[in-house]
Design a protein around this ligand. Structure first.
Ligand SMILES: Cc1cc2nc3c(=O)[nH]c(=O)nc-3n(C[C@H](O)[C@H](O)[C@H](O)COP(=O)(O)O)c2cc1C
Length: 156
């Protein structure tokens, strides 16, 4: 039996800044090189329940729109929730959020739904609100590395 671990990264971006965060998260997740972790990347519009069921842990990234996660991320969770309920209990996850000036509504709305899936947030979200400082991308990279390394080491 394979002991490879599976890390899923799902994100949505309309004007590109969340994509920059996602690229950094992906870079971090892959930085372990030969690590025993497979990284699967999906946009929120393409991601399915099967992707969540495949994963041993996952990272979700979204802009805040109208005080909530993006519609595309909500649609992914709408499509996946009932297929995944009771089947991914306890799996570790983390969030990254881009917002014009706030971001707390996106984080709260994601946490509320993910609580229903009984998954475990293992790292504080990376929230880049206001002016986009590229220096903050290092935190995104660290988020990806932490989830991948934690899965590989079995610490979550
Ligand atoms: C329709 C819409 C609604 C938005 N609502 C919020 C909001 O409620 N709070 C906030 O902080 N920013 C809000 N913003 C700003 C976005 O979060 C910001 O532009 C972000 O950078 C978009 O991410 P993206 O570049 O990945 O598309 C909104 C933007 C749009 C287009």
């Amino acid at each position: 039996m394979s002991d490879r671990k599976h890390l899923l990264i799902v994100y949505h971006s309309q004007s590109g800044t969340t994509t920059r965060m996602a690229d950094a998260v992906i870079r971090g997740a892959r930085s372990l090189g030969s690590a025993n972790v497979d990284v699967r990347i999906r946009t929120a519009l393409d991601a399915t329940a099967e992707d969540l069921l495949w994963s041993d842990g996952f990272i979700l990234g979204t802009p805040e729109n109208f005080g909530y996660m993006s519609g595309a991320m909500k649609y992914f969770l709408d499509r996946s929730f009932y297929e995944c309920i009771d089947r991914i209990d306890g799996r570790p996850y983390a969030l990254f959020v881009r917002a014009g000036n706030d971001g707390t509504g996106a984080i709260a709305s994601l946490r509320r739904i993910l609580k229903g899936l009984a998954v475990r947030e293992v790292q504080d979200p990376v929230l880049i609100a206001g002016k986009f400082h590229a220096a903050r991308l290092e935190e995104c990279e660290n988020l990806g590395t932490t989830l991948a390394a934690g899965l590989e080491a079995g610490v979550f």
